[in-house]
Ligand binder design. Structure first.
Ligand code: DON
Length: 578
């Protein structure tokens, strides 16, 4: 079908637009939201909450639940909405993970992570001398894994949805077609990537503009609206087969891409057993491999149990030192043992066993740091700040879902599929391109995470749900590449050990260590110089960083109400509830 006739195919009666606008405005008026960054408490809702990276996406989720939809319906709608209003990370051209807890306590996790194309090979990013070719796995048409998001949303809906898929996609079609107004942060972000957009797309795409984007400008994604309409009308086949699949493959071929129509048609997301652990009488439910997040988080929390962080205090040198030493060991395990469990036997049970953890952390000394090289040899690399996005939803029925979803870098590989209007991922960089050589997050890996056809690349994304006494307590998650795991770890400690509200826990300044490079990143403006000098005396190498993570979390308070806490100090993240 030629693209022109797809436009005809997209019928959007004006009365529906008006109706949607009226409902939308009504809900904006009724939903609870605060913008006061000095507040110690987040947004309070009686029974429903959405915390996401963008106010319009949160609004779409709230809207769905107001109409009687459950958290899973809302999640599908928010995922599609983020693909429009937050295209730097929200996506249909990427992938992600969902962790689910139903109101009856049943838990599940969905893996809609991208896969390597079937023509991928272990050395595909190496030159003839066996060296990694810089940029080939991060920018452009060879960087792209087979996208999982659309299939994932259909799987999620098939198992848990109560509204029609068409009702859940419609708000995104509206936003893409009718446009929306940019915030200052979004305008600045689009300006920052103009050169990349131009270098990778030699035709007009909506994000390219000759003069600088300004706060208050409108942006329209007309072709994306058409693509979303095809998905709405044809289901997963609207994306993985037919004209859109054809466009993806053709566009990738333009620049050396290797994805085939069969790769797209054969993509399948997977239900996996969530990884579960205990921490001080709380049940931690998180994402298993191919994410490293859940295993690493539970290792960190188990290791934390022997320390009295509550007495030692939040972000004191003693507490931070112990946390850093745990992180050093856990990230070394990540590099060695974690990968796609369908291709590599991940020793998950061993990594989480009491005996192993007891032994693993037994050499931590509280009066000096361990040299990372003494734990395992490795090569140092850089950690860059890049983008992904997380959202958390609780519905009036008591269901909960935490989703982290990504294109990997900002706007993925920077290629917007010609005629289809969405960016593709650069997730292939999450593989270990060569044993011991760091990826863009400074993470190194080995055989467990080597490239193989159809394999999933290892992730750090850590959507997590916490239970206390058999009841839902908290949902947490964030972007941040390698730093995701330690940010999630800190939000949990902040609530459980330090008695913070959800908003205080999200606002609190964060730090990060990942074994290699052997340095502690810490956020500006939150750490007393005395803390820094004491940590330096213990041997740590500290380095300032602009910001760590953008959390979107929900806490069930003692009275049963919900506290939505979004990272309002670090982004436009917004909690909305009722
Ligand atoms: O799956 C992963 O771990 C990475 N692709 C996530 C990238 C990311 O979080 C970038 N964000 N800031």
């Amino acid at each position: 079908m030629p693209l022109a006739s797809i436009f005809e195919h997209m019928i959007f009666p004006i009365k529906n637009l008006l109706l949607y606008f009226l409902i939308y405005s009504f809900i904006v008026g009724c939903s609870t939201s605060i913008e006061d960054i000095s507040s110690n408490v987040g947004v309070i809702g009686d029974s429903a909450m959405v915390a996401s990276a963008h106010p319009l996406a949160s609004q779409v989720g709230v809207d769905i639940m107001r109409k009687g939809g459950n958290a899973f319906d809302a999640a599908v709608a928010v995922q599609f909405a983020l693909a429009v209003v937050y295209p730097r990370a929200g996506n249909i051209g990427g992938g992600g993970f969902a962790v689910i807890r139903e109101s009856n306590g049943n838990i599940a996790s969905l893996d809609f992570r991208e896969k390597a194309p079937s023509l991928a090979s272990k050395d595909m990013y190496l030159d003839i001398n066996g060296e990694v070719i810089q940029g080939k796995s991060t920018v452009g048409r060879l960087a792209c894994g087979v996208p999982g998001t659309v299939d994932g949303m259909y799987r999620l809906h098939e198992k848990y949805g109560s509204m029609s898929m068409s009702e859940l996609i419609q708000p995104s079609i509206f936003l893409a077609d009718q446009g929306f107004i940019l915030t200052a942060d979004e305008a600045q972000n689009l300006n920052r990537f103009q050169e990349d957009f131009k270098a990778n797309n030699s035709w007009a795409i909506p994000t390219i503009k000759e003069t600088a984007w300004q706060e208050g400008d409108s942006i329209y994604y007309k072709e994306l609206a058409v693509t979303l309409s095809l998905i709405r009308d044809m289901g997963r086949a609207g994306f993985y087969e037919g004209i859109i699949a054809d466009q993806i493959v053709k566009d990738l071929r333009r620049g050396g891409g290797i994805m085939t129509m069969e790769d797209l048609a054969n993509y399948e997301s997977k239900w996996r057993e969530p990884v579960v652990g205990q921490y001080r009488n709380h049940k931690i439910i998180s994402m298993p491999p191919p994410s490293s997040g859940g295993v690493a988080l539970i290792q960190l929390l188990r290791g934390s149990e022997k320390y009295s962080f509550d007495n030692w205090g939040h972000n004191t040198p003693k507490t931070m030192h112990a946390m850093i030493e745990l992180e050093r060991r856990v990230y070394a395990d990540r590099a060695t043992y974690l990968g796609d469990p369908d291709y590599y036997e991940v020793p998950q049970e061993m990594l989480l066993s009491d005996e192993y953890l007891e032994e693993r952390f037994s050499d931590i000394a509280l009066n000096k740091k361990t040299d990372s090289k003494a734990i395992k040899e490795g090569i140092e690399g850089a950690i860059e700040s890049v983008e992904t996005t997380h959202f958390s939803i609780v519905d009036p029925f008591g269901n909960a879902i935490a989703i982290t979803t990504t294109l990997n870098n900002y706007f993925g590989n920077k290629v917007m599929v010609k005629g289809a209007g969405f960016f593709l991922n650069d997730e292939m960089d999450d593989f270990s391109l060569k044993p011991g050589v760091p990826n863009q997050f400074g993470l190194i890996g080995a055989e467990a995470n080597a490239i193989a056809p159809n394999k999933r690349m290892l992730s750090s994304m850590t959507p997590t749900i916490v239970e206390k006494d058999g009841r839902l307590l908290m949902l947490t998650g964030t972007p941040g590449g390698a730093t995701i795991i330690t940010s999630v770890y800190q939000t949990i400690l902040n609530v459980i050990d330090h008695g913070m509200t959800m908003q205080e826990s999200v606002n609190a300044k964060r730090f990060h260590h990942q074994w290699l490079p052997d340095k502690v990143l810490f956020e500006e403006g939150g750490f007393d110089p005395k803390v820094i000098s004491e940590l330096t005396e213990l041997g740590h190498n500290l380095e300032l960083i602009d910001g760590l993570g953008r959390m979107d979390c929900i806490l069930v308070m003692e009275d049963g109400k919900l506290e939505g806490a979004s990272d309002i100090t670090r982004g436009n993240n917004t909690s909305l509830g009722f």
